[in-house]
Design a protein around this ligand. Structure first.
Ligand code: HEC
Length: 121
């Protein structure tokens, strides 16, 4: 059989190489769904609990601010709401959204707004 002759010609290193490629493929495939846009942006890191574990905007507003059943989209039509309204809502909370005044400074929230504004469509 042709496949057998192929097998015989393989060296142990070839197997390692092939498994590595498959493993990497699975790893990257798994990551793809969770990609955070512009992850190095400070706003992305605050939004995604990388700065403070108790600030988890993404859980209600989605990985790209697109909204979930727990919270509305923050980027309707590709644009965020006016900065002042955005900031006061985050500081004071509203409805089912808790206030973040004790854990976030205005500057942190401005970083989030900047990040949301840069997310590609
Ligand atoms: C527990 C879920 C939850 C978390 C966590 C959360 N939000 Fe919200 N957010 C909501 C809900 C629900 C609303 C809608 C409130 C209402 O109008 O009743 C909202 C509203 C908003 C609004 C106003 C949107 C608009 O169109 O008026 C902004 C801005 C916002 N959230 C930003 C954030 C940011 C930034 C964070 C992280 C610091 C965050 N939220 C964390 C649930 C959440």
């Amino acid at each position: 059989m042709a496949s057998e002759s192929v097998k015989k010609r393989m060296r142990p290193n070839d197997h390692f190489y092939i498994f590595s490629v498959i493993f990497l493929g699975i790893l990257l495939g798994g990551c793809e769904k969770k990609t955070i846009p512009l992850i190095s942006h400070p706003g992305a890191q605050i939004f995604h609990a990388m700065k403070r574990t108790d600030v988890r905007c993404y859980r209600c507003h989605g990985d790209r601010g697109e909204g979930t059943h727990r919270g509305p989209s923050l980027v309707r039509g590709g644009k965020t709401i006016p900065d002042d309204l955005f900031i006061s809502t985050v500081l004071d909370g509203r409805g089912n959204m808790p206030p973040f005044r004790s854990v976030l400074a205005e500057e942190d929230i401005r970083q989030i707004i900047d990040w949301l504004g840069q997310i590609p469509p």
